[in-house]
Design a protein. Structure first.
Length: 91
């Protein structure tokens, strides 16, 4: 069985599909963080200095191994020269 076939079969299960979609948005958010830092031309160490934190904290955040506060996310974005906002959607 190919990986694609296995994925298709697994995603046929609604519970698996829901978890996959949850993780998909998390990875997209992490990609957005990395993109902001890249566009700002900053290393993790430079960003950490701008945010008055340690490089290890930036690394954890960018790996998805942290549960950052809204304030931390705002500091990250501002240090990279971006604004952050939330859009609410009714389900």
């Amino acid at each position: 069985m190919s990986l694609q076939n296995l994925k298709t079969r697994a995603l046929a299960n609604p519970e698996v599909q829901a978890e996959y979609e949850k993780l998909e948005s998390e990875f997209a958010f992490i990609d957005q963080l990395l993109s902001m830092r890249s566009q700002a031309g900053l290393t993790q160490e430079q960003l950490a200095k701008l945010m008055n934190t340690q490089k290890s904290n930036i690394s954890r955040l960018e790996r998805g191994n942290a549960n950052p506060s809204w304030t931390t996310l705002l500091k990250y974005a501002h240090a990279c020269g971006f604004e952050l906002s939330l859009n609410s959607h009714k389900i």
